[in-house]
Design a protein around this ligand. Structure first.
Ligand code: EPU
Length: 417
């Protein structure tokens, strides 16, 4: 296990290139189960979660090679349709294989993901929707057993827009009999990226990006070559890094078209934003103002940016109120930030962040990916040295974060823990 040692209070400069999106790449890789021919997926980030997804598919008989962010993958002849607990427990997104397996191979046995550090995170909506499409589903000894000779198109209404739930049902519906309509679908750009990939393989999906998605089932999908969208959360994280460290950073390859809520809030917090073209932005520190934030489904402010903004706003001149509406336990970074001198109190699903003048280095650790990113932001802005422990969480979702920060002039070292 590794840790980061970060000497803070350094002004950063230069430019950073944003990697491919983890949360777009994961469903797209799962979707290759549906294809009868090999696929080439480019701009795949080299992350622990991607490796977990590839291992999961390899265990089922898929063949792949992955180098220089290019994945060549052939899932056309799977020998097994079982996703084992040992891998699923490492990554909840493993549930994304359920829809593709049951629609293509008529059966699937997928371990139920357990609770997680940020909330209970049930998958009832995925399961109910597959049942509505005709799948017989039993839960036995912690595994979802799903069977269906042929899934049938259905009208699905989600009580709450679920990102991976929408993705699972889009994938299941591509090879189902007839038309499926998903109402109250998730509108996240990663859902659109998945639909674009599947349409390139011959699927008939319309409406992705809106709350009603229609899928007309087809008999087979071919393979295709596709480029994963850049990671909006990584780009947002670097915006917070620039502002928190009072630096000016150029962010290249950012999907600015889907970052309005993040850009709006960082400007309100006093950052200067200079958009150079569709995907290049210069973020500079100007003033440090408090901001109220409420997380919401897309196009609202993403829950995956909440922890990073919380860390940044600890240094604002005034009080920010941050409301988390998606996950019930996503303030675990707060106690660690307070250990660094922040002044944050929690009241229900709100964090009241009273700005302080300085943060101080301390040993800290977090229990999930974005919380860990928030500690790195605080450490880069803090006086003295901070040790961020258990950075395997960061390695799940940020590609080469330490190397990218070193290139910007940060004093960050990866050390054995
Ligand atoms: N929900 C249910 N039942 C379900 C599914 C979801 O009640 O069957 C609830 C959840 O408990 C939550 C809400 O619906 O309160 C939304 O959860 P959603 O299903 O949208 O989350 P997810 O699909 O499990 C994805 C991302 C998360 C991101 C959320 C919200 C991937 C692989 N994961 O999770 O990313 O926070 O959407 O945007 O796409 C991360 O990258 O750090 C991360 C956690």
């Amino acid at each position: 296990m590794d840790k980061f040692s970060i000497e803070g209070s350094k002004t950063l400069h230069g430019s950073v290139d944003i990697s491919g999106s983890k949360n777009a790449a994961l469903p797209i890789i799962a979707a290759t189960i549906l294809c009868n021919k090999p696929c080439t997926i480019n701009n795949v980030p080299d992350l622990a979660d991607i490796v977990t997804m590839l291992k999961l598919l390899e265990n089922m008989g898929c063949q792949y090679s992955f180098s220089n962010n290019s994945l060549k993958i052939d899932c056309s002849k799977l020998q097994s349709t079982k996703a084992e607990y040992d891998l699923v427990r490492k990554m909840r997104a493993s549930i994304l294989v359920l829809g593709p397996l049951v629609t293509k191979y008529s059966q699937a046995i997928v371990s139920l993901p357990g609770g997680c550090a940020i909330g209970v995170r049930p998958v009832n909506l995925h399961i109910d929707a597959l049942k509505a499409m005709g799948a017989k589903i039993n839960i036995e000894q912690g595994y979802v057993h799903a069977n269906a000779k042929k899934l049938k198109g259905a009208e699905i209404y989600f009580d709450t827009p679920t990102v991976t739930g929408t993705e699972n049902i889009i994938m299941a519906a591509t090879l189902a009999d007839g038309k499926t309509t998903i109402y109250n679908a998730a509108k996240e750009p990663e859902v659109v990226d998945l639909a674009n990939f599947l349409n390139k393989c011959g699927a008939k999906i319309s409406g992705a990006g809106s709350s009603t998605i229609e899928i007309i089932g087809v008999d087979t999908l071919k393979g295709s070559e596709y480029e994963v969208m850049p990671d909006r959360i990584e780009a947002g994280t670097f915006m917070c890094i620039a502002h928190a460290t009072r630096s000016s950073i150029t962010i290249n390859n950012a999907p600015l078209y889907c970052m309005h809520s993040i850009i709006d809030k960082i400007q309100e917090a006093g950052a200067d934003i200079h958009i150079k073209n569709d995907n290049t932005v210069v973020v500079s520190h100007s003033k440090f103002l408090p901001v109220d934030i409420k997380t919401f489904v897309y196009p609202g402010f993403p829950t995956d940016m909440q922890a990073q903004f919380t860390a940044m706003l600890t240094l604002a001149q005034g009080t920010s109120i941050i409301e988390e509406t998606i996950f019930e336990n996503r303030f675990q970074h707060v106690a660690e930030l307070n250990r660094m001198g922040a002044n944050i109190t929690i009241s229900g699903n709100k964090a009241i962040v009273n700005g302080v003048k300085v943060l101080y280095g301390a040993p800290v650790m977090a229990t999930d990916l974005r919380a860990s990113a928030s500690l790195v932001i605080a450490a880069l802005a803090a006086e003295n040295t901070t040790e961020v422990l258990r950075i395997y969480h960061l390695d799940r979702g940020y590609e080469f974060l330490d190397k990218k920060l070193q290139k910007l002039g940060a004093k960050i070292k990866r050390l054995p823990q």
